[in-house]
Structure formats: C-alpha cells, structure tokens
Design a protein around this ligand. Structure first.
Ligand code: NAD
Length: 498
C-alpha cells in the first residue's frame, strides 16, 4: 500500500508522528494508501528548511525565477496524463474534469511568469526639489497554503505559483484526502530546477494547521476550504500577526428570468449543478426561476435531464460525473436530501439509492432535484456540496435579487436573461464576488482575481491575478535626496511638497 509522507527541503521524508489517515479510491471505496499526519515538530522542520532557502531564492532575479516556473509548467504538461489519472483516482472526479483542474491551476502559474513586470514598483522623478520617490515590492519570506480536497491541483497551484514567483518559500498543507498530486507537484518543481526548501509539502490535519498558524516564521497564509475552518484560520492567523486570506463555502444562486433562453439555462444548470458531483465552490446549488410559468417550464425540462445523468467511475470517459470524495460525504449529502423532504421541499428526482454496478462500495450519489425549496429551510441555507439542486421559485426579479443578497454566502452567482438592463442591474446590485451573465460558473480567468463576498471570504485581497502579487509581497516606499541637491536647513515642521 502506498505510503505518503512529506516533502521537505527537496526530499521525501517519512512521517514520524505515528498518526496517519487512509487515502480512499472513491470509485470503488477501497483504501489505496496512507498519508502521514504531521506533528508540530515536522511542520517546524519544513518551516526551518523554507526559511533557510528563501533569502537566496529572493535574490535570484525575477526573470530567472520565472524560467524555473516555465520549466515546471513544461513538466506538468509532460506528465499531464499521469497527474490527471492520480487526481481522479484519489478525488473521484472524471479524468476529463481532472485535466480541467490541472489546467486552471497551470493558467495561474502562467500568469505568474509575468513576475518581472508584475513586481515592478513605481517611480516619481522630482517629487520635490532634488527628491525622487520610488516603491519596491519585496517577498514576505515563508508563506503557507492550506487547501481543500476538491481541487487538489488547481488551488495549490493558485497559491504556490504567485508566492514562489515573488521570491517566497512555500509550505503547502494540502487536503489529507487527496495528497498525491500536491506531492508530485513538489517533485516536478525540484526537477524543474527549483531550489530545495522553496516548495515543501507537509501533510496533515488540524495539528499541522495549528502549528503553521502559530509558527512565527510563517508570514502569510492562504486558505481555501469550508467557512467554519476559514473563519477559525483567519482569526488565529491574524491574532498571531500574519497576513491571512481565507476563502470559504458557497451557495450559488442562478436566476432564470422569464426571457431567458431556456435551452441554455437548462444546460447550464445541469453542468454547473451536477458537474464534479456538485463538489465545486462555484457549483450552482440553487436555481431561482422568476415567475410561475418560468418555474414550471424549468422544472419540467430539468427532471428528465437529471434522471438521465450518466454517473460512472472516474475512469469512464463517458460519465458526466463520478463518485463523491468519501463515504462520510456521501452519507452527509443523502442526510441533507432526507432533511429536505422533512422540511417540506418536493423531491422530484431522487438519486439516493443509486448504485454503480460493479462498484457497489463506491461513494456514489445519483442526481437529486428539489422543487419548492423555501428560504427558511436548512437545505437552502447550508452548503450541501453534492449533486443536489434546489429550485426556489421567486415571483419577481426584485425578490430573486433580495434572496441572493440575504444569503450568508456570496461566492458566485449567475443571471440568465436576454435583457441587458436586468443583467446590468443585477451585476451592479448583487452582493456576490463573481457574477455570470448567461455564464453559470463564472470563475474569472487567471489575470483577473477570484474571491467571494460575505461569509465566503475572510480577508481583503483576492486569489490570483494582480491581487496575488499584492498578497505575496510587501511594499516599501523610498524617498531619496542626494547631497548635491537643494539644502534647505533643518526643519522642525512636517515636510510638505506644497
Ligand atoms: P475543509 O474546510 O474541511 O478543509 C480544508 C483544509 O482545512 C484541509 O487542508 C483540511 O485538512 C484543513 N482542516 C480541516 N479541518 C480543520 C480544522 N478543524 N482545523 C484546521 N484545519 C482543518 O474543506 P474541504 O472539505 O476540504 O473542501 C470543501 C470546502 O471548500 C467547501 O466548503 C467549498 O465550498 C470550499 N471551497 C471554497 C473555495 C473558494 O474559493 N471559496 C474553493 C474550493 C473549495
């Protein structure tokens, strides 16, 4: 059985804490490996390695740092099939979807290749008599990323790409459920010429995370995961004086206006609601049709599409989606469906009893569809993170907008309409970070920034795009005057340029 340890200082090291977690293969429910859970001493060893390597890496000019990342991208491309297969095996998503997971991560590393330009400061010539002012961007030192199970390539790459490009050393604490790809990324970075200690992977659970949060040499932490953990990490990391950004859970609404192209809206809901078994922070989990006629038509069209979803093992290239990540996740999703019935929502497609022939122990949940969900129900308020779509009928656009705005989460949302005025109004007034207009999963491309609002985020700066460079660097501003410049004697008042 595969044993996964840690990757510290450019080497694989076995875990020494004596604690491990099982790694499952969700498609058949088997245990395929064990991952070590790091102790605080193991985290400390990784931080010490990172801190020792970082100053030299920061002194490498940014163009050369970018070249190492370029080679890293080449190696990811060369090993794409193997990485996608490993990712799908541990996570459960289909191989085609796993390739998308890798690709969206690669795009952020590609953005980071522009670091010589992105890290440039500003310069003012002659800000005063003989005085120039300029600003510098400098790396923070050792940064850490704590990442979720659902995008085991994309989110680690969103964190480590810009952090390392900016001259930091990085400690990645990936999800203990699918550590295989993060470990391969660390190997490939080394093979690409990345110095030992610049990219370390420490596997673990709360104990490792707490050690990262409390380590005085970790200067910044980027977290992605569920909201309660995001809030905890933000509070403890900030209390320890670190720069912290935490991206949390979601309940993404899709508004369907009476004038929407219904074929387009139904296709969008099927893909965005059920793709990756609904285990995406940008999945659509609530459909909000406006008006009874729109709702009736939508539900009528959705039912046969949900019933005919093709679920399969991750290796089945014709499957729409695969199993969910663990047995516990499967049970939790089914319990939410039970709860929805108790709460009075109408379950119009029931996927709870789905069994995958030949893979009876796999963690499968068939597509479920609820109609007549209301805003006081827990299945509406809470994140289910499974292939369960709820339809909440609104009487007007204003009601649909208010619903979206009143929800505690504000990660992504979409409006389907042909009415430019309604779309513009929605984009302007909705209290959500990422908006789609006839686009159901509006994940911004790498050169824009990614982040939600409300309790989907804790912190100020978004992920990737220009904000990632701001997050992983500190600014210094220099005011310079030379002895040959104007001498105006000692001054006892606050200097002004007026
Ligand atoms: P999770 O919160 O359970 O775990 C995330 C990370 O935190 C993992 O590395 C895990 O080991 C660690 N962790 C778990 N419990 C901890 C604890 N008590 N103390 C300290 N660390 C702990 O999330 P998950 O189940 O891996 O991922 C799914 C969640 O992530 C969903 O809520 C989803 O919406 C969210 N997500 C958000 C975004 C976003 O950008 N907003 C993107 C992807 C996923």
């Amino acid at each position: 059985m595969r044993q996964v340890g840690h990757f510290i200082g450019g080497k694989h090291v076995a875990g020494t804490s004596g604690r491990t977690a099982d790694i499952y293969q969700p498609m058949d429910g088997s245990v395929i490996g064990k991952v070590a859970l790091a102790s605080p001493a193991e985290v400390r060893a990784a931080v010490e390695n990172a801190a020792a390597a970082q100053p030299k890496w920061a002194a490498v000019n940014p163009q050369r740092r970018a070249r190492v990342l370029m080679k890293f991208l080449d190696l990811i491309a060369q090993n794409n099939e193997e990485l996608a297969e490993l990712l799908a095996r541990e996570h459960g998503k289909t191989i085609a979807d796993a390739k998308g997971d890798i690709q969206r991560g690669v795009e952020v590393v590609e953005f980071s290749l522009g670091v010589p330009n992105l890290m440039k400061g500003e310069f003012t010539d002659g800000a005063g008599p003989g005085i120039d002012i300029y600003s510098l961007r400098q790396p923070l030192g050792v940064c850490a990323g704590i990442t979720p199970f659902n995008f085991p390539a994309m989110i680690p790459l969103w964190k480590l790409g810009p952090a390392i490009a900016c001259g930091n050393a990085f400690i990645l604490k990936p999800s203990e459920r699918d550590p295989g790809v993060p470990m391969r990324l660390a190997e490939l970075f080394l093979e690409a010429g990345g110095p030992p200690g610049i990219l370390n992977v420490v596997n673990g659970d709360k104990e490792a995370v707490d050690a990262i949060l409390d380590d005085p040499d970790v200067k910044a932490i980027g977290f992605v995961g569920s909201t309660p953990i995001a809030e905890y990490i933000y509070a403890r990391g900030c209390a320890n004086g670190k720069r912290v950004q935490c991206f949390g859970g979601a309940k993404n609404h899709m508004i369907i206006m009476p004038d929407a192209d219904m074929d387009q809206a139904v296709d969008a809901l099927i893909g965005a609601g059920y793709g990756s078994a609904g285990e995406r922070c940008m999945a659509i989990s609530v459909a909000v049709p406006v008006g009874k006629a729109t709702a009736d038509e939508l539900v009528k069209r959705l039912i046969p599409r949900v019933e005919s979803l093709k679920i399969g093992p991750s290796t089945d290239s014709s499957a729409d989606y695969g199993p969910v990540v663990t047995k516990a996740a499967m049970e939790k999703i089914k319990a939410y469906v039970d709860l929805g019935i108790e709460e009075g929502a109408k379950l119009v497609v029931d996927g709870r009893d789905f069994k995958m022939q030949g893979y009876e122990n796999g963690f499968y949940v068939g597509g479920c569809l609820f109609d007549h969900v209301t805003k006081d129900m827990r299945i509406y308020k809470e994140e289910i993170f499974g292939p369960v779509l709820g339809v909440l009928r609104a009487e007007s656009y204003d009601e649909a907008l208010k619903l979206t705005n009143d929800h505690e989460y504000g990660n992504g949302t979409a409006i389907f309409t042909r009415d430019g005025d309604a779309a513009r109004d929605f984009a302007s007034k909705v209290q959500v970070g990422m908006i789609g207009i006839n686009v159901p999963i509006p994940v911004p491309l790498a050169y824009y920034t990614f982040g939600g609002w409300k309790r989907s985020v804790f912190g100020d700066l978004n992920q990737h795009g220009p904000d990632s460079i701001r997050f992983y660097t500190k600014t210094k501003t220099v005011t310079a005057r030379w002895p040959s410049g104007i001498k105006d004697g000692a001054s006892f008042v606050i200097p002004t340029m007026g």
